[in-house]
Design a protein around this ligand. Structure first.
Ligand SMILES: Cc1cc2nc3c(=O)[nH]c(=O)nc-3n(C[C@H](O)[C@H](O)[C@H](O)COP(=O)(O)OP(=O)(O)OC[C@H]3O[C@@H](n4cnc5c(N)ncnc54)[C@H](O)[C@@H]3O)c2cc1C
Length: 487
């Protein structure tokens, strides 16, 4: 298909809810004289969500309201529908009479199957389906080892990623301008729904505490967070591990839904990297994101299975009572319980805490990592299959670049190190507010008199620990050893 040769096209927004620097939208605008835009609240995804009060659905809806306003200012708008995308997109394309549908690449197995089904349905009617790389800097097999294979370890991957970007003159980061010609963007056709005429309630969803939490949606929300983060970026490396401190960017939900272009973040980090260790470390985190997208696309067996297949043999105990205690923030280990409360109240969990609670679930409670992965998938605002699966498999030592399984996080010493005064713990566990710092990380060691003085009796005001870390550590090691020695 020759660029600028089409009369009309449809751009299908998915996890790229922005006008700025959007590769697929830019390609549609370059290819067609008239462009419509659409988003599908895909019932194949939404009907499976466990709760009707889901911050992500509200975040998407808020972001679409903003996007619709932005496109309307240029003569266009966003057509929305609540349907199965496999049917809705071909049907919309047909009714608009477009010659092609444009979108951005997706890497999740279900999304790949959906896109194939859409492409086939469109092809049957002579309509093209064109996709562009947008969510990552390098995708699939673009970064390879010297031997031409995909990397399984992060650090050499990152080095090769950085080198490839430098060698290309950072071509991959070139901004895709949003500059539609007059009358190029088409308003939604009469009768079509727009974000303001398809409220959450009409799809069976409810408002959540998103606004109350101050999580700003849309492109403007992402800009606000980025503007707040840039003055902190130089200290990122020193502060990012302390959950009580405003260290990270909190941009993950925006990266998840594409309300910020990754290319912009990488450009900003690179510009500062020579003079700022914080910027270098942050850039490295963005590369982790690409790494896990690559792993998912090249090793789709990680969905549901261990990356290192030998660990599919792990004989987890999977005690439902222990899993429930973890989910319900009553393990008796304050750092774990505070982190789980942060997850449920806000949909966010600090990265250090994600590592601690994941390790605790697998190596202290001996529960299958897939249960924890599912729980995070249900509750994280930034839930992303690639990063979540990668994070869980890393913590469970079943993944790539895994720490050897015998390095097991001690939840008490992690707590002492990363929340030394218990500031984060007290924020989410007010029942421990008066517990002296000396006992805040392991309150069960508090003598009875101190418990009375702190107004916190262990076993009634706050749970006794559900397991003994020292004992469970030995059992976890035996479980891992058995999986590898029987192999
Ligand atoms: C068990 C576990 C599960 C996780 N699940 C998810 C998930 O579902 N979605 C998700 O986006 N991240 C996930 N992470 C990675 C990380 O915890 C979050 O990206 C980070 O906490 C988001 O906060 P931030 O935006 O303030 O991060 P910042 O520290 O500001 O980092 C900037 C961006 O880099 C990316 N990033 C940072 N760390 C990682 C990482 N380890 N892996 C991949 N990308 C990273 C994210 O896009 C993040 O927004 C998980 C980590 C673990 C250990």
């Amino acid at each position: 298909m020759t660029e600028a040769a089409l009369d009309s096209a449809l751009f299908w927004f998915r996890r790229d809810l922005r006008a700025d620097d959007n590769a697929g939208l830019g390609a549609a605008l370059a290819a067609a004289r008239r462009v419509w835009c659409a988003f599908v609240f895909d019932r194949a995804i939404l009907d499976r969500l466990p709760s009707r009060a889901d911050r992500r659905v509200e975040f998407i809806h808020e972001s679409l309201l903003a996007l619709d306003r932005r496109l309307a200012a240029a003569g266009g708008g966003v057509v929305v529908c609540h349907a199965d995308a496999r049917e809705a997109i071909p049907s919309l394309a047909r009714s608009l009479g477009v010659q092609a549908v444009f979108a951005n690449h997706d890497y999740e197995p279900e999304a790949i199957a959906r896109d194939q089904a859409v492409a086939d349905a469109l092809a049957a009617e002579g309509i093209g389906f064109e996709t562009r790389k947008d969510q990552v800097v390098f995708e699939r097999r673009e970064v390879l080892t010297g031997g031409g294979t995909v990397f399984g370890v992060f650090t050499p991957y990152r080095n090769a990623w950085l080198k490839k970007l430098d060698e290309s003159g950072a071509r991959e980061l070139a901004e895709v301008p949003f500059s539609p010609a007059p009358a190029q963007l088409q308003p939604p056709p009469p009768g079509a729904l727009r974000p303001d005429t398809l409220p959450l309630e009409a799809m069976g969803f409810e408002q959540t505490n998103l606004t109350e939490l101050g999580i700003p949606a849309g492109e403007e929300g992402a800009r606000t967070l980025l503007d707040a983060f840039l003055p902190r970026i130089d200290r990122y490396h020193e502060r990012r591990d302390f959950p009580a401190v405003k260290g990270p960017s909190y941009l993950s939900v925006h990266l998840r839904f594409g309300t910020v272009p990754l290319r912009r973040l990488v450009r900003l980090a690179r510009e500062r990297a020579a003079a700022s260790e914080g910027a270098r470390v942050w850039l490295s985190e963005l590369v982790w994101r690409d790494f896990y997208f690559m792993i998912l696309s090249q090793h789709p067996h990680v969905v549901g299975g261990a990356w290192k297949r030998v660990y599919d043999r792990l004989a987890f105990e999977d005690d439902p009572a222990l899993f429930a205690a973890w989910c319900e923030a009553r393990t008796g280990y304050p750092i774990v319980d505070a982190a789980m409360r942060q997850l449920h109240r806000t949909g966010y969990m600090h990265n250090r805490l994600r590592m601690i609670v994941a390790s605790f679930l697998v190596k202290d409670l001996l529960v299958d990592w897939r249960r924890g992965e599912r729980h995070f998938a249900d509750h994280l605002n930034d839930f992303d299959l690639a990063a979540n699966n990668g994070g869980w498999q890393w913590a469970a030592s079943t993944g790539c670049d895994a720490q050897p399984y015998f390095r097991i996080f001690n939840p008490v010493s992690q707590s002492q190190r990363f929340d030394p005064d218990g500031k984060f713990i007290r924020r989410y566990l007010p029942e421990l507010d008066k517990v002296p710092v000396k006992y805040i990380h392991a309150p069960w060691t508090m003598p009875a008199l101190e418990q009375r003085m702190a107004g916190c009796t262990i076993g009634s005001d706050y749970p006794a620990p559900v397991v003994d870390h020292a004992v469970q550590r030995v059992r976890a090691l035996a479980m891992f050893k058995a999986a590898t020695t029987d192999a």
